[in-house]
Design a protein around this ligand. Structure first.
Ligand code: NAI
Length: 645
């Protein structure tokens, strides 16, 4: 049989091996041509039944990343709901066919299996996951505002029980090979060297298919099903409003009422594919997915990879930047004035690695990569040097003058400054073109966005290397011009300022925050100011809007050294990391607009000034850097949509 995306091979153990190798792509995705070919393959197997079949990936990048999101993006452009519905139903039917074959099937999951990729594995009788860091199993469709319509909603609860399945379906989280084994999502989790033999062994033994325990069966298929559904809806309601994010609610309904069969609810507004896709959230979230890819794409083709990073300043930012780089497998030297100032950063790194890596050996490897450096010798060998010392021009200039003398001539010299114009710092250098900004956000481990700042003097080649470096450490690079506040703080400052003025007018903090939540912000501006730190907010406000009158309440809190979450008191009192809030009460008409409008205006202005280069990047920066309501697609997209509404 003639195949383009699959490779067939039979062997002595009477297994037909199906290698998935989507033509012309570095990553396997289940686009329509691939799905069609899988269907033809199933036709072929119907005529000449194999003894057993193993699906595996021929790509080193992973198993299957999911459906081809670009097909949804194209559908979004034409708003062709019939095409969208047909796409989902087609996938459902092909996987249903796979699930009903008489011969045993096994998915050998080498690397990530996400969305439509995991659904293919779920349709197989057995699953073996290869235990390696890149193996991740999950159904992230909810993050795109859609649902796992190719059998995921049906099969995942049957396999691991409804309560655990809801966790994965509704939050879009992923499981490692070991966790997947514990959950019962895979039959085996094995190291790469025995993966082939394990697949052969499972198909030879053909153990009975895993069944749910009595209690799990009650929760999944019995009379407790509606209880699980209503609990799940309550949990979702705490995090996402139905009018903003309909998909988690639709997933629960599709499971509860129709057992995940996408053909059934065609007229049910609550969970039909048609109603979900026609909601603006889905198209905006799919667009956001595209924006993320656009930011990453800036690093494509740049031939630069850091082996050694030197960070100067082991404080809040420098310490965490160093820890993050070592977590990403880069050798890091971390410099500060003395060992005592570096020690807390190393301790924080150890805690982060423990949480994220779990495995003792991997924790030790990461710790080995992170070396304290009180002499600053690391700077002589590093490919990238990041300065993250106090926000003081003359101190920074002095450090850069010394650095330039000892750094390698090809090393990237970067500052993490949030407010000092790059051109001013660069005057300390013999070659000012070497200086670029690599501006991380706090907390470093959680914030995906990193602004790559070019001053008027920055050599574009240096900015390109910085972009590649940001991508190398799995962050999203946003190219910005050196202008007060760059992009993120520039648009955040007027929004926070307006919120603080509302507070000075006597509107309760809780009501202000609620007004922003109603728009879809993940956190209200008053709480956000407390989290960022009121000293930092005041400094940013001063940089971006130097002429605006400083909000009074902010001033008095600063004078009392109540700096927000970090001191336990700011606009809110903080207990165990949580803001103590009263219930909000009704949000006055117009308050939401009053808060959001200054941010939209500033975004338009900054974009027109060329602080970022295009509207898509502007939206991406607002979403990934400020948490701008993702389902609204960013400030520029939002204004475009409201104008057309
Ligand atoms: P920090 O005060 O926590 O840490 C600064 C560290 O630099 C201290 O440990 C200090 O001992 C060290 N240091 C000072 N002079 C030094 C020198 N000559 N050589 C070596 N080490 C020296 O400051 P933080 O908050 O980490 O900020 C650092 C930089 O990052 C600043 O430029 C700031 O504007 C920027 N930034 C801060 C953010 C935040 O939320 N804190 C966010 C983004 C950027």
């Amino acid at each position: 049989m003639n195949l383009t995306h699959f490779k067939l091979r039979a062997d002595d153990s009477q297994i037909t091996w199906v290698g998935i190798d989507v033509a012309g792509e570095s990553v396997n995705t289940m686009g329509t041509p691939v799905l069609d070919e899988l269907n033809s393959l199933l036709d072929h197997f119907e005529k000449e039944p194999p003894k057993s079949v193993v699906f595996y990936s021929e790509k080193t990048s992973g198993f299957i990343a999911g459906a081809n999101v670009n097909e949804f993006v194209e559908i979004g452009k034409t708003n062709d709901l019939n095409a969208a519905e047909a796409l989902v139903k087609r996938g459902y039917d092909v996987y249903e066919r796979l699930a009903n074959t008489k011969y045993p099937t096994l998915a050998l999951i080498n690397g990530f299996a996400l969305g439509g990729g995991l659904e293919l594995a779920l349709a197989c009788r057995y699953r073996v996951a290869v235990d390696m860091p890149s193996t991740k199993l999950g159904l992230p469709e909810v993050m795109l505002g859609i649902l796992p319509g190719w059998g995921g909603v049906k099969r995942l609860p049957q396999l691991i029980g409804a309560p655990a399945a809801m966790d994965y379906l509704l939050a879009g989280k992923t499981a490692s090979a070991k966790t997947a084994k514990k959950l019962g999502l895979v039959d085996e989790a094995v190291p790469p060297r025995i993966m082939w033999n394990t697949a052969i062994g499972v198909l030879k033994a053909q153990p009975p298919v895993r069944k749910l325990s009595f209690a799990q069966n009650m929760l999944t298929n019995g009379f407790l099903r509606s209880f699980v559904a209503s609990q799940a809806k309550k949990t979702v309601a705490k995090k996402a409003r139905r009018e903003h994010y309909p998909s988690p609610y639709a997933i629960i309904d599709l499971w509860q009422k129709y057992n995940g069969d996408v053909h059934k609810p065609s007229a049910d507004e609550a969970c039909s594919v048609r109603s979900l896709i026609s909601h603006p959230t889905a198209m905006n979230l799919i667009r956001v997915f595209g924006l993320r890819e656009q930011l990453k794409a800036q690093a494509k083709g740049i031939d630069f990879k850091a082996q050694h990073v030197h960070v100067i300043g082991a404080g809040v930012m420098g310490g965490d930047i160093a820890a993050w780089c070592a977590l990403r497998g880069i050798r890091v030297t971390l410099q500060d004035l003395d060992a005592a100032r570096i020690a807390p950063a190393i301790k924080r790194a150890a805690e982060m690695y423990k949480k994220r890596l779990r495995d003792e050996r991997r924790i030790r490897d990461a710790m080995d990569l992170l070396q304290p450096d009180t002499t600053g010798d690391g700077a002589t060998k590093a490919d990238v040097i990041i300065e993250a010392i106090v926000e003081n021009l003359s101190v920074k200039q002095k450090v850069f003058a010394e650095l330039e003398a000892k750094a390698r001539p090809d090393a990237v010299l970067a500052t993490n400054t949030s407010s000092i114009p790059l051109e001013q710092i660069a005057t300390a250098l013999k070659e000012p073109s070497r200086l670029v900004g690599i501006h991380f956000f706090n907390p470093v481990a959680q914030m995906m966005l990193v602004e790559v700042i070019s001053g008027a003097q920055t050599d574009p080649e240096v900015a390109r290397k910085a972009t590649a470096f940001v991508d190398q450490i799995d962050k999203l690079p946003l190219a910005c011009k050196s202008a007060p506040g760059f992009w993120v703080n520039r648009i955040l400052a007027p929004y926070l300022g307006e919120a603080m003025r509302c507070l000075d007018e006597g509107i309760a903090a809780e009501i202000i925050d609620e007004a922003a939540l109603a728009f879809g912000m993940p956190m209200g501006p008053i709480e956000l100011a407390d989290v960022v730190g009121l000293d930092v907010c005041a400094a940013v406000g001063q940089t971006v809007t130097p002429d605006a009158k400083a909000p009074q309440k902010l001033q008095s809190l600063l004078e009392a050294k109540s700096l927000g979450k970090k001191t336990g008191k700011g606009f809110y009192t903080w207990v165990n990391g949580k803001a103590q809030k009263n219930s909000a009460g009704a949000v006055p008409t117009g308050l939401t607009d009053r808060l959001i409008q200054p941010m939209l205006n500033e975004a338009n202005k900054a974009l027109a000034e060329g602080v970022v280069t295009n509207p898509d990047h502007a939206d991406a920066g607002a979403i990934f850097g400020c948490g701008f309501a993702p389902f609204r697609g960013g400030p520029i997209n939002f204004q475009r949509a409201t104008r057309h509404a």
